[in-house]
Design a protein around this ligand. Structure first.
Ligand SMILES: Cc1cc2nc3c(=O)[nH]c(=O)nc-3n(C[C@H](O)[C@H](O)[C@H](O)COP(=O)(O)O)c2cc1C
Length: 199
């Protein structure tokens, strides 16, 4: 339309994953957001303690390798984004230590309010439904609020008739390494991506 300016939304997706489930979620978010016209960087946090689980299937090993091949997230990559999406496995009802270490490198952004006003959404892969995935998402939200970001929850009726946590997308892995993303999580991520880019 004459007189309007199209601005491409820049998205940074920052993830940690050990056995690939959170990686598949991050990749699905990246694919959906790209299809919606966003410019997306899918990034990983550093995990120097990583060891490959024994007995991985070929599909699971590919997902794990793909996670480890992602570019590293930096504070600058958050600063460059309009929308920040972060995800990690639920560990002891919390975010993983590795993603927390990354958060703690962003103190300069906090001090200078560099992320204030940006949109933020979180996701997690948890072993089971009573495992505190919601607590992990709350920890992400606490970080986002300290940064002055605008936390976007999963809206009501994002999947009509199905149970969805309001705090963000949670996938339940039963502790199994990831081979493919389950249908419900894929649909949830598709709808959430559309909600995140809607103005
Ligand atoms: C150290 C550790 C702590 C964990 N703590 C929890 C937990 O508190 N609740 C839960 O539901 N699952 C827990 N899990 C299981 C993981 O959240 C689950 O396997 C997840 O799908 C792993 O994601 P990934 O494949 O992206 O690494 C834990 C796993 C590990 C290794």
């Amino acid at each position: 339309m004459p007189g309007t300016i199209e601005v491409t939304m820049k998205v940074a997706i920052v993830i940690h994953s050990m056995s690939g489930n959170t990686y598949l979620m991050g990749r699905a978010f990246a694919d959906e957001l790209k299809q919606l016209g966003a410019e997306v960087a899918l990034l990983r946090v550093v995990d120097q303690d990583w060891v490959e689980k024994e007995g991985l299937s070929d599909a699971a090993r590919q997902n794990v390798s793909a996670f480890r091949a992602l570019p590293e997230a930096t504070a600058a990559s958050l600063e460059a984004a309009d929308l920040i999406v972060m995800g990690c496995p639920t560990y002891f009802g919390n975010v993983t230590g590795k993603i927390k270490v990354f958060m703690d490198t962003t103190g300069g952004l906090w001090f200078h309010a560099k992320l204030a006003g940006k949109k933020f959404a979180a996701f997690t892969s948890a072993g089971n439904t009573e495992g505190g995935g919601d607590l992990c998402l709350q920890a992400f939200h606490t970080y986002a609020k300290y940064m002055g970001m605008l936390v976007v929850p999963c809206p009501v009726r994002i999947l009509p008739g199905e149970n969805v946590n309001v705090l963000g997308v949670i996938q339940y892995s039963s502790g199994k390494p990831a081979e493919i993303l389950d249908d419900k999580t894929a649909r949830l991520i598709r709808n959430m991506a559309a909600f995140l880019v809607a103005r």
